[in-house]
Design a protein around this ligand. Structure first.
Ligand SMILES: [Zn+2]
Length: 254
């Protein structure tokens, strides 16, 4: 394919060969946000368009706010890899992937510039409108692949997106003392925690044992929703924040 009309009117086009059809007639009902994790955004752009990489995204948003579309929204880009959300494992078939240029934790993890975030917000507003995407389905890559991915990371400004009507957010409950659940614990309270995380969407078994997977899922939750402390310990603030989010689900729980 030599080119196509952008789905987002402010996007430049640079076609990536790394895409295919969405499987089983899936339509996009999720936005998945990443960071590029490469030293320069120009090299990230080349990599996402290189047939050797076998990765791509629908969009790349540069630090200066330039938006490049690489795959049509109707097609399946290759950005999510192994993961799950609400029991579904083919995240690429149900999502629109946005790579936000940032070198990531391996290269100092700088703040996201304002102009870049403004571009991400405008882009998401268009995608949400075109595909009727629910707020709770605007997610971090780390949400769908806990323990494997940490992008776009704890500096990504979810509250700013929420203020613009994008994504699901609640003010995190304050961090304090009190009881907590941590790796090695077992019993009904652990089962309740796992159930709440699973109902929200995270891929965690409801076993009643706070195992290593449960810890990585709690970390993923904290990285998105309670970024002040990411330690994999389900303290009262973490559980209360999760409660508040569950009671505010617009799509209901199923
Ligand atoms: Zn990613």
């Amino acid at each position: 394919m030599s080119g196509f009309l952008p789905d987002h009117d402010r996007a430049e086009i640079r076609v990536s060969p790394n895409f295919g059809p969405r499987r089983d007639g899936a339509r996009p009902d999720m936005i998945l946000i990443h960071y590029t994790g490469m030293e320069s955004s120009e090299s990230a752009e080349s990599w996402l368009c290189d047939p050797v990489s076998e990765v791509s995204a629908h969009y790349l948003v540069h630090e200066d706010g330039r938006i490049v579309q690489m795959v049509r929204e109707t097609d399946r880009a290759w950005h999510a890899g192994r993961g799950s959300w609400r029991g579904k494992t083919d995240i690429n078939s149900c999502s629109v992937g946005i790579e936000v240029a940032n070198p990531g934790h391996a290269y100092g993890y700088p703040d996201f510039p304002d102009v870049q975030i403004e571009a991400v917000i405008a882009l998401c507003q268009g995608i949400v409108a075109r595909h009727a995407i629910l707020p709770e389905r605007v997610l971090a890559h780390s949400d769908t692949a806990p323990g494997r991915k940490i992008d776009p990371g704890e500096k990504f400004p979810w509250p700013r997106l929420a203020a613009a009507g994008i994504g699901h957010w609640t003010e995190p409950a304050p961090i304090g003392g009190g009881r907590f659940l941590a790796e090695g614990d077992r019993g009904a309270p652990v089962e309740a925690l796992q159930s709440m995380l699973a109902v929200y969407g995270y891929g965690v078994d409801i076993s009643g044992t706070f195992d290593a997977t449960t810890r990585t899922v709690v970390e993923a939750f904290q990285r998105h929703f309670r970024p002040a402390r990411i330690d994999g310990v389900a303290d009262r603030s973490t559980i209360e924040t999760l409660h508040r989010l569950l009671s505010g689900l617009s799509g209901g729980v199923d």
